[in-house]
Design a protein around this ligand. Structure first.
Ligand code: SAH
Ligand code: SF4
Ligand code: F3S
Length: 488
């Protein structure tokens, strides 16, 4: 994946493989004998990684424990992504490899879950003979039953999408965790229908999770020593809890229900108040929905990190219209300006698609100039990949030649590297507060962490530990990191 190499992001790199391993001691509150072994790999966005923790919880309640040895597994789940063709190709390659596992263990059950499962439905069972089980993102409560069906000698599938499911009361098993930072899912689905995007089809209608269950989950995390939560949704700013059901029904709700509804700024405040020393992050924001109320709430609470991931997708108003993003270039830039007016220290990152249907050189130049004007701290950058069933696939032509998509993407990546480096240089000589979240990959003598603005910081470990908040004086920088020393 081109983008993950160039972007710094608060989440795991997209398409990284997460091997879930759960210490047996916290695995299951129920004493089981003959626990079956479950191995899960997660692909795609943070929502999928968060879902795997819900799947973990459901399966642990039904007699499974986790293994990080795929050859020792009774059940292998791939929690998949469908956002671009190459994401699905990766899964097909992985499934080919898994043939070997199945040869060694005839009883092995292989399940495909997540967005690719939802998109391809029973086709997956037909095309990929190896797959025994298919489950979409709203069908995870059904997984133990689906596994039992396979054990009875059948193929099993549930790809029903729900208007209500939020897994609100399921307490996710924190898998592969550093014990410092945790995802908290606050909503599911998306109602936006950007013309290029498959998510509304794979994750269904937008629905928000009960605010009280979110706050309770954050309290539990805080009590367990977590130092940071990341509130997740495809479109967090449109969060609206009013007692359940899709947001579209809100207008028919009674005045009483409306008066008690919780909006995203209110939820942010409730979460920020759980523990003033716990960092709060959120992603992703749609430019059309992020409100002044959200910005003022961010400003009001020191523990809400000053970083907004605000995907523009393109700098050309004509293309933004074709993408059905519902804002123009000028509107985006005004939102960007407003964020910085309210919070001058806020960092803003972006997603960009190169080579969307009918994109001209002129459109591409407008994207580059938007990036220059906004000086994004970092971006995820992608080549447009047509997704069957989307508005763009039905109504538009994927007419930008592959070489042009690639050369434009290279220019976009080159520009972003320059902007990231310039932005990072502005930290030299300054002291930033870092939450240490791991050892540096290059040296065990260094810690890494992130500052409030989500820039990666590396500094000598000295006497500090993972989980500490450390003030670091920045001495030098690269495109992707700030490097410095801890100061007392
Ligand atoms: N809900 C988030 C994005 C979710 S998908 C939002 O609206 O911002 C993450 C990113 O993948 C998108 O922002 C977009 O840049 C990219 N993406 C989505 N569909 C794509 C496609 N068909 N081809 C290339 N990139 C795509
Ligand atoms: Fe896809 Fe648009 Fe929804 Fe994001 S807001 S998930 S890009 S449809
Ligand atoms: Fe991929 Fe589904 Fe996320 S398509 S990006 S895993 S919502």
């Amino acid at each position: 994946m081109v983008a993950s190499k160039y972007a710094i992001f608060l989440f795991l790199p997209k398409f990284a493989i997460l091997i879930m391993h759960l210490p047996e001691t916290i695995n299951s509150p129920i004493i089981h004998t003959n626990l079956r072994q479950l191995y899960i790999e997660s692909y795609g966005c943070a929502m999928n990684f968060s879902d795997s923790e819900i799947i973990g919880s459901i399966m642990a309640e039904h007699g499974f424990e986790f293994t990080n040895d795929e050859f020792n597994a009774d059940v292998i789940f791939l929690n998949t992504c469908a956002i671009r063709d190459n994401a699905e190709q990766k899964i097909r390659d992985r499934l080919k490899h898994l043939r070997g596992n199945k040869k060694k263990n005839k009883e092995l059950i292989i399940g495909v879950l997540g967005c690719m499962a939802e998109r391809l439905k029973s086709k997956l069972l037909e095309e990929e003979k190896l797959v025994d089980l298919v489950a979409g993102p709203d069908a995870y409560r059904d997984l133990p039953k689906l596994v039992a069906e396979v054990e009875d000698g059948n193929k099993a599938i549930n790809v029903l999408l729900s208007r209500e499911e939020t897994y609100a009361e399921i307490s996710p098993l924190r898998l592969n965790t550093n014990g410092i930072s945790a995802f908290v899912s606050i909503m599911r689905g998306c109602d936006n229908m950007c013309s290029f995007c498959v998510v509304p089809f794979t994750r269904g209608r937008e629905r928000s999770r009960d605010a009280e269950s979110i706050v309770n989950e954050v309290k539990v995390l805080s009590d367990s020593g977590y130092k940071e939560v990341i509130l997740l949704g495809q479109n967090v700013d449109s969060y609206l809890w009013f007692g359940g059901g899709p947001k579209v029904e809100f207008k028919n709700a009674s005045e009483d229900v409306k008066a008690n509804a919780v909006t995203f700024d209110q939820l942010l405040e409730m979460v920020a108040l759980v523990n003033p020393s716990m960092r709060i992050r959120f992603s992703t924001s749609h430019p059309k929905d992020i409100s002044d109320e959200v910005l003022f709430t961010m400003k009001k609470y020191d523990n809400i990190c000053k970083h907004i991931h605000l995907p523009a997708q393109s700098g050309s108003t004509r293309l933004l219209e074709a993408m059905n993003r519902t804002y123009s270039r000028e509107w985006y830039m005004e939102k960007h300006r407003r964020i910085l007016e309210i919070m001058p220290d806020c960092s803003i990152s972006c997603d960009i698609i190169s080579g969307f249907c009918s994109e001209t050189d002129e459109d591409h130049k407008e994207t580059l100039s938007l990036m220059e004007a906004c000086q994004f701290e970092f971006s995820y950058m992608y080549k447009y990949s047509e997704r069957p069933g989307t508005l763009a696939a039905k109504k538009m032509t994927d007419d930008v030649p592959e070489e042009i998509k690639s050369s434009r993407l290279t220019e976009i990546i080159y520009l972003q590297s320059k902007l990231s480096l310039e932005n990072n240089k502005s930290y030299i000589g300054k002291t930033v507060r870092v939450l240490a979240d791991g050892l540096s990959k290059k040296s065990d003598l260094d810690l890494t962490g992130r500052n409030e603005q989500n820039a990666k910081v590396v500094f000598p470990k000295s006497t500090y530990n993972i989980g500490d908040f450390v003030d670091v004086l920045i001495e030098r920088v690269t495109t992707t990191s700030l490097i410095g020393i801890a100061v007392d």
